[in-house]
Design a protein around this ligand. Structure first.
Ligand SMILES: [Mg+2]
Ligand SMILES: [Zn+2]
Length: 223
């Protein structure tokens, strides 16, 4: 029998059209935050360190404003709702693996009740400025610094028991993509998959994703 499919889906720039951390920083962070962003993207500092620094620039008192702004500004990629429903109807586990933060990921995904589980970072608003919490850090097999460690999450679903599908858009999906049976990729992750010769398909929206998953199901999943 074919191994059941489990989907590990990125949030920022995948479920959402734009990265919500960047969207929030543009609006709320003081001048100079771009230096930290550039350090993260060029991998000069680990994601965990960079994201922690970015949110420490913002006063905790802004919490409500941040949530409201995120909910207003977000654009969900086309076909997402239909795809999540498709997964539920077909017994496919749909997990969100996000480097985003609970206070905006949670409210934005609240309407999608068919999501099986959301892995993301936490937050503490009890101090002067926002402190990010890391409940899903790297295991001993990751070289560290992820913050929310996607490859560690994949290892909870062993390759001999599951067909593991990673959906993502960026460098932060790459370590998990190297472990996946198949990657559904856009943007920078698509380039990386091509460069590294990882088994992948490109997507633009979740209708494309659904087509790929249907093909995978018909093939009986021996990618
Ligand atoms: Mg992303
Ligand atoms: Zn890690």
């Amino acid at each position: 029998m074919a191994k059941p499919i489990v989907i590990f889906c990125d949030f920022d720039g995948t479920i959402t059209e734009r990265d919500m951390i960047m969207t929030l920083m543009e609006k709320f962070a003081p001048e100079g935050w771009e230096t930290i962003k550039d350090d993260i993207l060029s991998q000069r500092i680990p994601v965990q360190e960079g994201v922690g620094k970015l949110f420490s620039l913002i006063p905790s008192a802004k919490r409500e404003e941040l949530v409201k702004y995120a909910e207003d500004a977000v654009k969900i990629r086309a076909g997402f709702s239909e795809f999540v429903t498709y997964c539920r109807e077909n017994g496919i586990q749909f997990l969100v693996t996000s480097g985003g933060i609970d206070f905006f990921v949670g409210p934005i995904l609240a309407p999608y009740g068919d999501i099986n589980k959301i892995y993301c970072n936490g937050s503490d608003f009890s101090g002067e400025t926002i402190r990010i919490l890391w409940p899903h850090g790297c295991d001993e097999r990751c070289d560290g610094g992820c913050g929310m460690c996607k490859p560690s999450i994949l290892r909870h679903y062993p390759a001999d028991q599951y067909t593991r599908v990673v959906i993502g858009d960026s460098i932060t999906d790459l370590k998990a993509s190297r472990l996946a049976d198949v990657v559904l990729a856009r943007s920078l992750l698509l380039e990386k998959c091509r460069e590294e010769g990882l088994p992948h398909e490109a997507f633009q929206d979740f209708y494309d994703v659904m087509d790929s998953i249907k093909r995978l199901q018909t093939k009986g999943v021996s990618v």
